[in-house]
Design a protein around this ligand. Structure first.
Ligand code: ZN
Ligand code: ZN
Ligand code: ZN
Length: 292
């Protein structure tokens, strides 16, 4: 039995192999919904999927006329979604046990954002794989930016301006990031807190702080569940932005993989970026307190 749960532990499920079509999806909707560079899903027939706790905590958001995405309303983790009615799509990032199945391909590779790169040898398809005749939806147009970098959630209810340069960006593989974004890893960047300005929808955001964490907070849109900007606090004068929430080029590119000792068993880190078992050598807070 393969088990999964959300970051706060309210939503829990179990499912039985065999699983179908484990794929990395780079589409813009997965990116926004997860607040991660890509999402990894497998699907399973409904009768082999059992929600064991937390049904009342799940919010469903129709991300297209035919498809609902689901998330935990308490912590914001993306949770399994009913696909076409007969199957359940399970995001691998929330698993508690090894599914013993591995990703077979990249889909929507053509939607990979400028700040990310696919570096492994799995087959890549621009949209769905050949033989899959599911509808390909056009990407929603990015909001008009007027030259300043903007970001928004999947439903468009919350929108912000990132008006300060990014000083750091990492791919983070820690298990809290995996759970919160229900993805293999996050790709986050930080700017000075005064550079962040909400244009709308700040009141839609929920900030879920993990009880036993010093700082770890997952911020998400209460309507669509998208991973959004983690706020700064008095002593932490910076904000952490999921690059996936941006509607333009942040300029910066992630420079390393951090917390790789937590890497998911189903995900193979590839490419030539440096890897660290622990956090970055220089704490982000020190970077922002340095007057230079
Ligand atoms: Zn939860
Ligand atoms: Zn997708
Ligand atoms: Zn939203």
């Amino acid at each position: 039995m393969v088990k999964g749960s959300c970051l706060c532990g309210t939503v829990k499920w179990e499912t039985e192999a065999p699983f179908n079509r484990m794929r990395h999806c780079h589409c813009a909707r997965c990116r926004k919904a997860h607040g991660a560079p890509f999402a990894t899903y497998f699907s399973v027939p409904k009768e082999r999927f059992h929600l064991t706790a937390g049904a009342a905590a799940i919010t469903r958001y129709p991300s297209s006329p035919e498809y609902h995405r689901s998330f935990c309303s308490t912590c914001g983790s993306v949770t399994p979604s009913t696909g076409n009615g007969d199957t359940v799509d399970v995001p691998a990032g929330c698993l508690d046990t090894d599914p013993e199945t591995r990703p077979m391909m990249h889909i929507f590779a053509a939607s990979t954002p400028v700040w990310d790169r696919i570096t492994d040898d799995l087959p890549r398809h621009d949209t769905f794989e050949p033989g899959n005749d599911a509808d390909v939806l056009p990407d929603s147009p990015a909001p008009e930016s007027g030259g300043t970098l903007r970001g928004s959630c999947l439903c468009g209810g919350a929108e912000f301006e990132a008006g300060a340069p990014f000083r750091v960006a990492y791919h983070c593989h820690c298990n809290r990031c995996q759970k919160a974004r229900a993805a293999a890893h996050t790709s986050n960047g930080s700017i000075a807190a005064e550079g962040l300005r909400y244009l709308k929808g700040e009141d839609l955001l929920v900030h879920f702080k993990v009880a036993d964490a010093a700082f770890f907070t997952h911020t998400f849109c209460s309507v669509c569940g998208s991973g959004m900007v983690k706020p700064g606090t008095g002593e932490r004068p910076f904000v952490t932005i999921p690059l996936a929430s941006l509607d333009g080029d942040p300029g910066i590119r992630p420079t390393q993989h951090i917390y790789t000792n937590y890497n998911a068993p189903w995900f193979e880190i590839s490419g030539d970026l440096p890897r660290r078992d622990e956090g970055p050598e220089i704490q982000t807070i020190d970077l922002f307190q340095d007057p230079a």
